[in-house]
Ligand binder design. Structure first.
Ligand SMILES: Nc1ncnc2c1ncn2[C@@H]1O[C@H](COP(=O)(O)OP(=O)(O)OP(=O)(O)O)[C@@H](O)[C@H]1O
Length: 248
């Protein structure tokens, strides 16, 4: 029995190590402008991460590099030891800030499209998320408000069984009541084999949900750590740390 338990612990550890996402000294330059500067983060499964920073601090650029959409100027990003590329892309779901569906598509069409495109997409989960977020299959992308579109993007991305789920500003355009639906949907996706990364300016809403916070300013990480440790060390909530770091 003990041997069995030890074996399970070791197997879990190997699995966890396997899906680790690592950014090592990552820099992205656009001509003379440095958007991300020497960023190193180890993302571990089973945790919800918040990338926090004011406008233009480099959050989206970092996410795009992890998603394989933008190439770092220098540094390494690996998932399970594999450099970001064709192989890693299928394990990473990335929700950008922009809406990216054809206007003529309904929620049902979008579900079918995703089911055809991604092996790990679950139509059942998708319909559950639509239902939870008060969207119906017949709704057309062209007729959606920005809040509805934000929820649709979220439903689509959470319905993938990807190892890494990255949500860029998932609360943008979402009203105060619907924010709870969004947060609950994200929490429902958290599991020991998944890394969830969210960026947001709305730190209040994320405070209770996140396990780990990364503060980025002008492309540089100014503070990062386990949310609880950061609170204990500073004697401040993540919200207050945010205000202190980004005060002008
Ligand atoms: N394609 C690009 N070409 C040139 N500069 C860019 C490009 N993309 C981003 N930048 C610049 O890189 C910096 C970081 O931008 P990024 O979008 O990563 O910030 P962000 O933290 O996501 O900001 P926001 O919260 O406003 O979305 C900004 O100064 C931005 O102008």
């Amino acid at each position: 029995m003990r041997l069995l338990i030890s074996l399970r612990i070791i197997t879990n550890k190997i699995w966890r190590d396997l899906i680790m996402l690592q950014c090592k000294n990552v820099t992205k330059k656009y001509m003379k402008m440095t958007a991300v500067n020497g960023v190193s983060i180890d993302f571990m499964p089973g945790r919800i991460y918040a990338l926090l920073g004011s406008n233009g601090s480099g959050k989206t650029t970092l996410m795009k590099m992890i998603a394989g959409l933008v190439k770092p100027t220098s540094g390494d990003i690996t998932l399970s030891g594999v450099p970001i590329g064709v192989e890693t892309k299928k394990h990473i779901a990335y929700m950008p800030t922009e809406s990216y569906f054809y206007n003529y598509m309904s929620c049902a069409d979008i579900g079918k499209y995703y089911a055809d495109f991604f092996e790990d997409f679950s139509l059942d989960q998708y319909y559950n998320y639509l239902n939870e977020m008060k969207l119906t299959p017949d709704m057309k992308a062209s007729k959606m408000s920005s809040g509805m579109m934000a929820k649709l993007k979220l439903a689509v991305n959470l319905s993938r069984n990807a190892s890494v789920i990255m949500l860029d500003e998932p609360l943008n355009g979402v009203d105060i009541v619907a924010r709870e639906q969004v947060i609950n949907a994200v929490i429902s996706k958290a599991s020991p084999d998944k890394i969830i990364i969210m960026s947001s300016h709305l730190v209040d809403e994320l405070e209770a949900v996140i396990d780990y916070a990364v503060f980025i300013k002008d492309g540089v990480i100014v503070s990062q750590g386990d949310a609880e440790n950061l609170r204990t060390a500073s004697g401040m909530s993540i919200v207050d740390q945010y205000k202190r770091i980004y005060a002008y």
